[in-house]
Write a protein that binds this ligand. Structure first.
Ligand SMILES: O=C(NC/C=C/[C@H]1O[C@@H](Sc2ccncc2)[C@H](O)[C@@H]1O)c1cc([N+](=O)[O-])cc(O)c1O
Ligand SMILES: [Mg+2]
Length: 214
């Protein structure tokens, strides 16, 4: 039994990045996944769009669905203001364990809370568990068939407020057609598509930004 891809990504971070330097962690993962072994991080092309939306929103409370190795957790948390927080939800304990180490290596452990479990189970418990009113920003990057049910769940649990920004990865590749239909035909959302490429490839992909109108 050899190592897993997430374990090899962690090794590449420990070998090539500087402890406490989030940008070097991001660059180390991007280099490894572009030149050695592809992995499903949002990546450097779509990452620049994520960065620009985050800078615009400047969220106090951010939610990420689908942590994987923590690449986008680091991208998000490095741009948060002091006292702002990211909650990231991960279903697979092995992935969560790697992500925790990568987030800590970047020095961002005080800004990021990784919760292990399924988004569908955890979203209804978030208000009570974290004493929060609502999220200012949500990054969707988990199972693509969970984008619509979890968006509806966030609405129903009162976790979205007027102006909350949802940003969804992979709306073209692998694709989230039901989600695009849901947010684009819904008067409660103002949506915009940001064209880009699938991480580390030339295939078409993009991010959908949707503002909840309340
Ligand atoms: O499948 C993709 N992403 C699914 C991601 C899933 C991640 O989220 C949880 S599932 C979960 C987490 C929380 N709650 C419930 C379930 C998994 O353990 C994984 O860490 C994907 C695929 C490609 N691709 O090119 O094939 C490219 C991408 O950028 C992708 O994001
Ligand atoms: Mg993705």
């Amino acid at each position: 039994t050899g190592s897993s891809r997430p374990q090899r990504i962690l090794k590449a971070v420990q070998k090539n990045a500087t402890k406490g330097d989030p940008q070097s962690v991001i660059s180390a993962i991007d280099y490894y996944c572009r030149h050695k072994e592809w992995a499903m991080n949002v990546g450097d092309d779509k990452g620049l769009i994520l960065d620009s939306v985050l800078t615009e929103v400047n969220p106090s409370m951010a939610l990420e669905l689908g942590t994987y190795c923590g690449y986008s957790s680091v991208r998000i948390a490095r741009l948060l203001s002091p006292n702002s927080k990211l909650i990231t939800v991960e279903f697979n304990p092995a992935f969560a364990a790697i992500a925790r180490q990568i987030i800590a290596y970047a020095g961002l452990q005080d800004k990021v809370t990784i919760v292990e479990g399924a988004s569908g189970d955890l979203i209804p418990k978030m208000k009570e568990r974290f004493g929060l009113k609502s999220f200012d920003f949500v990054f969707l990057d988990h199972w693509k068939d969970r984008y619509v049910p979890d968006t509806k769940l966030l609405e129903d649990c009162g976790l979205l407020r007027k102006g909350t920004v949802l940003l969804a990865d992979n709306v073209i590749c692998p694709g989230a057609p039901e989600y695009l239909k849901y947010v684009r035909n819904n008067p409660r959302y103002e949506s915009r598509y940001y064209p880009s490429v699938l991480e580390y490839t030339k295939a078409e992909d993009g991010l959908e930004k949707s503002v909840f109108l309340g």
